[in-house]
Design a protein around this ligand. Sequence first.
Ligand SMILES: Cc1cc2nc3c(=O)[nH]c(=O)nc-3n(C[C@H](O)[C@H](O)[C@H](O)COP(=O)(O)OP(=O)(O)OC[C@H]3O[C@@H](n4cnc5c(N)ncnc54)[C@H](O)[C@@H]3O)c2cc1C
Length: 430
Amino acid sequence: MTNPTDFKETPYWWEAAPRPELPETPVAATCDVAVIGAGFAGLTAALVMARAGRDVMVFDKDRPGEGASSRNGGIASGNIKMKFADMMDQLGEDRARSIYAEGVAAREDVGRFVEAENIDCHFRLTGRFTGAYRAKHYESQAREAEFLNKHLDLGAEIVPKAEQHREIGSDLYHGGLVRPDIGGLHPGLFHQGILDRALEAGVTVHAKTSVDGIQRETDGFDVTTSRGRVKARDVLVCTNGYTGSVTPFLRKRIVPIPSQIIATEKLPPETMARLMPKGRMLGETRNTYHYFRPSPDGTGIVFGGRAGAGTDDPNVKFRHLKQGLVEVFPELRDVGITHSWWGYTAYTFDFLPKSVVNDGIHYASGFCGSGVVWARWFAMKSAHRILGNEAEAKSAFDGFDFQTRPLYTGNPWFLPMVISWYGWKDRLGL
Ligand SMILES: Cc1cc2nc3c(=O)[nH]c(=O)nc-3n(C[C@H](O)[C@H](O)[C@H](O)COP(=O)(O)OP(=O)(O)OC[C@H]3O[C@@H](n4cnc5c(N)ncnc54)[C@H](O)[C@@H]3O)c2cc1C
C-alpha cells in the first residue's frame, strides 16, 4: 500500500458520503435568489432563505459539495488567523473580544444546527491540541492561553513537553496548547445533511450547471447559466476557492490556495490510542503547518497540509504529506495510505472571512481554510441581509475593507515562492 500509485485520488469522506447525483430539471425563468456554489455556504444560505419563504435556485458547475466542502479535514475550529493578543494590540480590547466571541458563537452554532436538524455527521467537541514547533512558539501559546481565558473564559490549557504524550504520541513538539471548544465532524455527511435539508425546504439545486454571466438590470439580475437564463431579484456568490472569471470583484480579492490530505489504512486500536490518546483534532504552529485527526470511527488518521501546493502532480503532493506524517509519527513509516486528495481554500488579504455586497451582488467567501464553521456562519449573514433582517446580518467582522492588491486579478503566480519562503522560515526557526 506504500506504493504512491495505490491510493485513491478521491476524498476518504466520499466512501461514506458519495457525491450526490441530482436529477436534471429545467432551469425556470425566474426566482427570488440565485445562489452560485453548492458547498456549505451556498446551501446554508439557500436553506435559510427558503425557510423564510423565498424561491431559491442554487447552481453548481460540479456535483454539490465537489468543491472544498466534501474535501476538507472536518476540523470545526472557526479559526481566526490573527492571535487574540495581537488583535487586541491592533484593534483594541472591545473589538478583539467581539470578533473572537463571534468565533465562539459560530462554532456553537454548528453543534446546535447539527443536533436540531438531526444530521448524523459524527460532530464531536473533541478539543484541539496544537503542537509548538519551536520552544519560542510554546511561550507565545502560553501568553495566548492566558488572554483567551481572561477575556473569553475558553478553558485553554497549556501542556508542557514533558506531558505532551497525554495528547499526542509524538516527540516532535515543544509542548502545545489545548482548546477544548474546538471539535470535528465528517464533512461529507455534514454537507449531505445540509443538502437534504435544503431540498426538503424547497430549494432547487441545479448541479453540473455553471453560471457564466451576471447582468445587472433595474429590477434584479439576468443570470446566464450553461442550461438557460434566469431572472433573479438577488444574487449570492458562494464560490470561495473555486471563484472564476464570472465574478471579477471576488476573484481579485481571493487567493486560492491548494490544501492536500492523505488518509491511512486502518491501524491497530493500541496504535491509535498511543498516537491520538484523546481523539482530539490536532495541529501545529509552523508556517507550513499540518492539520490532522483520527477518522471519525477512530480507526485511522486523516493528515493534511499545504505541502506540495506548488505542483499539480498527485504523487509529489502525496510524497510531501507522507513525509510530514512520518516526521510527526516516525512509527508510521510503512503505513499504507488509502486516499490522497486535494482542493482549494480561499484566503483574503487581511485573513478575515467576508460577507459583503458590491454593486448589488452579495458575496460570502474567503474562509481562510476554516470554512467548516465560517462558511455556514457568513452565508447565514448574507442570507439575512438579503431577507432584510439587518440585526441578524450584523457581524463583528463588518467594516473591514475587502482588500485586493495592485495588478492582482486572481492568478496567484507568487504562491510557490511564498510557500517555499515559509518553508525556509520554518527550517531557520524564524
Ligand atoms: C483539503 C482541504 C482541507 C480543509 N480542511 C478544513 C478543516 O479541517 N476545517 C475547516 O474549517 N475548513 C477546512 N477547509 C476549508 C473548507 O473546506 C472551505 O472553507 C469550505 O468548504 C468552503 O465552503 P464553500 O461553500 O464556501 O465553498 P466550496 O465548498 O468550495 O464550494 C464552492 C462551489 O462553487 C462552485 N462554483 C464555482 N464557480 C462556479 C460557477 N461559475 N458556476 C457554478 N458553480 C460554481 C464550485 O463548483 C464549488 O462546488 C479545507 C479545505 C480543503 C480544500
